[in-house]
Design a protein around this ligand. Structure first.
Ligand SMILES: [Zn+2]
Length: 401
């Protein structure tokens, strides 16, 4: 149940009903493909004639295609419908502080092309680097009908201005990515915070979402992001900044964070924190060697931990403990069905998972039955999220009232 918003509603017209039915049919095709029109009518409860009108429209718009002819005992043999994967493409961009990945995906979020480029320090330079690559990607597949561009960002997008407004680990302030990218591609561009994108990816393509209406995605990288889906809806807050648990204080008067606050969760539980823990443990003459430690990457620490290097193992343990401390807050405060953790650290889930679970268990007395699971990094959750971002406009329930 949702309260009707009297400042922003749309009365139900026959168009609204058509739009809702269209989305239901599109989702039924996605869920049951290949499927005949007769089965669509049966699953949806819509009249055959209505199903025919909707499917003709979806075929004309290239969302759906007719495939093999089915076999029935008697009567006209039906033609099966399925999503037009080969013809509809979505461009996904995963912007991270060091590297940006660009990909072309089909409607099932299978990536048919993918490349990476270094992320320039300056946003204008970044756009200048990116635009020709997008052009080349689209030229490679001129037969495809492009639906849009989804961008996952290490920061927050202001709901009203659609500008990137909060990206401490990128050190960009108030940047308009949407206008230049729309101009360059001629496609609608959807921007979203990386953690929100991961939450969408999990809801859309994930393996942990059967019967789940409350899900939190936690992205662990240079910083920590959280994407919240509560009652099937992405939580955005008043300006789009909801979910910044990574920048809530867990250590009073703790380390200074790039956001300006002190003692932020991400200062203790991110990849950067693990690098710091490791660097501090290998260096008795701390200051002299800390310089050197800046050359260390999180991948180095992970690799050492995988080889059972005791100091690297301890650094990861410490990071896992603090991940648990923050996750305990989320479990106690929001009692989600599932929390999905993504990031390179999930490679060591056998080590990290039990520490997180123990910490949560020791701190949560509400009996929330929250499952804490890692995402498979091979599924590229941030990038998949960008695909979901573009698809949700067509597949998700509309907010009409
Ligand atoms: Zn912070």
């Amino acid at each position: 149940m949702r309260k009707i918003d009297l400042s922003n509603f749309q009365v139900a017209s026959s168009e609204t009903a058509r739009d809702i039915n269209r989305r239901i049919v599109l989702n039924l095709i996605r869920g049951h493909q290949p499927i005949s029109r007769a089965d669509l009518a049966r699953h949806s409860g819509l009249q055959r004639s209505t199903v025919s009108i909707i499917t003709e429209q979806l075929i004309a718009e290239k969302w759906v295609t007719e495939g093999a002819i089915g076999h029935v005992p008697r009567g006209r043999r039906p033609r099966f419908l399925h999503l037009n994967k080969e013809r509809v493409g979505i461009i996904g961009i995963d912007l991270r502080p060091a590297v940006t990945t660009i990909a072309l995906a089909d409607l099932d979020a299978h990536f048919v092309a993918q490349e990476s480029m270094p992320t320039a320090n300056d946003p204008e330079q970044f756009i200048a680097d990116l635009v020709p690559r997008l052009g080349n990607l689209m030229k490679m597949r001129p037969d495809i009908s492009y639906e849009g561009v989804g961008v996952s960002l290490p920061g927050r997008v202001d709901l009203a201005s659609q500008r990137l407004v909060f990206a401490p680990n990128l050190a960009w302030r108030d940047v308009d990515l949407k206008t230049p990218l729309e101009k360059a591609t001629g496609l609608p561009v959807e921007l979203e915070n990386a953690a929100n994108a991961c939450a969408l990816a999990e809801t859309w393509f994930g393996s942990h979402t059967q019967g789940v209406s409350n899900l939190i995605a936690i992205t662990v990288s240079e910083g920590i992001g959280d994407g919240l889906i509560l009652n099937h809806e992405l939580v955005r807050g008043s300006t789009g900044a909801a979910g910044e648990f990574g920048h809530t204080t867990i250590v009073e008067d703790g380390l200074e964070c790039r956001c300006g606050n002190r003692g932020c969760w991400e200062m203790y539980a991110s990849n950067s924190a693990a690098i710091r823990y490791y660097a501090q443990s290998i260096s008795p003459a701390r200051n002299a060697k800390l310089e050197k430690s800046m050359l260390l990457s999180f991948d180095d620490v992970l690799r050492l931990a995988e080889q059972n290097d005791p100091k690297a193992v301890r650094a990861i343990d410490q990071m896992a403990h603090y991940l648990g401390v923050g996750i305990a807050l989320l479990v106690t405060g929001l009692a989600p069905d599932v929390i999905v953790v993504s990031g390179e650290v999930t490679r060591l889930w056998n080590q990290v998972g039990p520490i997180i679970n123990e910490t949560v268990k020791a701190r949560c007395f509400t009996h929330a039955a929250t499952r804490i699971v890692p995402t498979d990094p091979a599924t590229l959750p941030r990038l998949r999220g960008t695909i979901a971002l573009v698809l949700q406009k067509h597949f998700w329930a509309p907010s009409v009232a």
